[in-house]
Design a protein around this ligand. Structure first.
Ligand code: GLU
Length: 511
């Protein structure tokens, strides 16, 4: 039977959302949209020790920034709520009871010290069919003792009773069938009386079932939990409606050796978080893609290709194209190298393709931040200036760095260029240049260039020195777009003014 596609992104609010988690959210979203399904955002906050204030807001903000839409969730509401696990205690309690009543789970009173002793005594200790008989639990203690301990308020946990010696089959839509023998599994804790909360495993299964999740799409690190989850579905009698599993490949370090970590980002200078994160405890600040000047569309495009390909070599794809092309068949099993340089390339491409209006919206605040009033310039002037420098920019910030001279006259001139290009005869040549420029009938790049170059040649001046001195005077350094394109946009008056200014301010180097 074809069921409605319902997927969930189920982060735990234990810190900022890692870029790998963002990719998981994105793939869920693409899959949901492609199938006209629902995308759920479920907050898995059952580990009260690891709860971090601000993490949930961070998740919402990051997904919104990237355009990963949510259909059902804490803020969106929906028919399957609450969508925050700490608000579903009654549901979990009832399900724990169901397993206990059916003899599929049991209560264990072992203290942390007792567990420690067991581990010390048996090197490969795990709580399972072979060891549970020698521990303090409802399988070994008399019924009255169990009841007495509970009514005394003794902390306990509920453990899942795993039958050993069974082959558990996990079907994964990317990896195919994986078989694991149940003897290697331990009797996982499903619930802790101390905080009256279930563990991840129980809450995750119960919610996926109750929320009618059709596909569990998550990171590869959760693959080891899958056999246990299969057994839990079975214990509840839900095997027939079990969601399909999809475990996405790991994100690897840029050199492909091991799992990507925050330390790699710090070491190599790239963010591993979508947004900047201010750690509430340590005060430490971790950089984010947004604050580094990345465009959300570029980040989405870059992440989409880390573990999936469209089946051909298309690289630039909008969110809608990704939705149309996404397929689990083209997701890889092997880990995906986090080639962050490629992320910059994507950003550059999106910047190049960005419509003028959009560029203006991003660029004007930057002008203001640098003390320039955007209304001193026409929108057309600003857009043309940006167009001239954007091929040299990866980020919006680079646009300012590359193009600021269009908006402010140089405050200083690059020392090394002065040394190289500003000779003893430069000031008089520049004075002459201002006359040539003043007398041009047409100041356009096309018309000005041959006249100025002709004048330099006729005079027998050094072409490189004169043109570079011209550039140094107007731009402040010997870099930038085509000189006559610059002067055309800046206009005759400003160009001449800057040259005159440079002549009074730059002192030729003594040779
Ligand atoms: N809460 C888990 C996490 O933080 C969810 C794993 C899953 O999707 O099942 O990633």
């Amino acid at each position: 039977m074809d069921r409605k596609v319902r997927v969930r992104f189920a982060p735990s609010p234990t810190g900022p959302l890692h870029i790998g988690g963002v990719r998981t959210a994105l793939y869920n979203y693409l899959f949901a949209r492609q199938h006209g399904g629902d995308m759920i955002l479920r907050i898995e906050d059952t580990d009260s020790n690891r709860f971090v204030p601000g993490a949930e807001e961070y998740i919402n903000e990051a997904l919104a920034w990237l355009g990963i839409g949510i259909d059902e969730g804490v803020r969106e509401g929906g028919a399957y709520g609450p969508y925050k696990q700490s608000e579903r205690r009654d549901i979990y309690r009832a399900h724990v009871k169901q397993l206990l009543d059916a003899g599929k789970a049991y209560i264990a009173f072992d203290t942390p010290q007792e567990l420690e002793q067991a581990r010390a005594a048996h090197p490969n200790f795990q709580y399972d069919a072979y060891t549970r008989t020698s521990m303090r639990n409802s399988l070994t203690l008399p019924q009255e003792e169990v009841e007495r301990l509970i009514s005394d308020g003794t902390p306990y946990v509920v453990r899942f009773l795993i039958q050993p010696g069974r082959d558990v089959e996990v079907y994964d839509l990317i990896r195919g069938k994986v078989t694991i023998n149940s003897s290697i599994l331990d009797d996982k804790v499903l619930y802790k009386s101390a905080d009256d909360l279930p563990t991840y495993h129980l809450a995750n299964i119960v919610d996926d079932h109750l929320m009618e999740v059709s596909h569990v799409i998550r990171g590869e690190e959760w693959l080891p939990s899958a056999p246990l989850h299969v057994l839990l579905y079975e214990a509840f009698g839900w095997s027939d409606s079990r969601p399909d599993f999809v475990h996405l490949p790991l994100l690897l370090k840029p050199d492909g050796k091991g799992k990507l970590s925050k330390r790699d980002g710090d070491r190599l200078g790239f963010p591993v978080f979508p947004l900047e994160w201010h750690d509430p405890k340590s005060g430490e600040i971790s950089s984010g893609y947004r604050e580094k000047g990345y465009l959300p569309q570029a980040v989405v495009n870059f992440l989409a290709l880390l573990g999936w390909n469209p089946g051909d070599d298309t690289e630039i794809m909008s969110m809608q194209e990704l939705i149309d092309k996404f397929s689990l068949e083209h997701c890889s099993k092997a880990g995906a190298r986090f080639a962050f340089e490629k992320g910059k390339w994507f950003n550059h491409e999106y910047l190049m393709a960005m419509p003028g209006e959009e560029l203006l919206r991003l660029f004007k605040p930057m002008m203001e931040a640098n003390g320039v009033n955007p209304s001193d310039f026409s929108d057309e002037y600003i857009v043309r200036a940006i167009d001239m420098v954007k091929s040299r920019a990866n980020f919006v910030n680079d646009l300012w760095e590359q193009g600021k001279f269009f908006f402010t006259a140089p405050k200083e001139y690059a020392e090394k260029d002065i040394r190289k290009r500003w000779k003893a005869d430069t000031p008089s040549q520049m004075e002459e240049l201002t006359e040539v420029l003043a007398s041009l009938p047409d100041f356009s790049s096309q018309a000005a260039e041959p006249v100025v170059l002709g004048w330099i040649t006729d005079k027998g001046y050094h072409m490189g020195n004169v043109m570079n001195a011209f550039r140094l005077a107007v731009v402040g350094e010997c870099k930038g777009p085509h000189m006559f394109d610059i002067s055309e946009l800046m206009g005759r008056e400003e160009t001449i003014r800057r040259i005159k200014d440079a002549v009074t301010r730059i002192k030729p180097e003594e040779e």
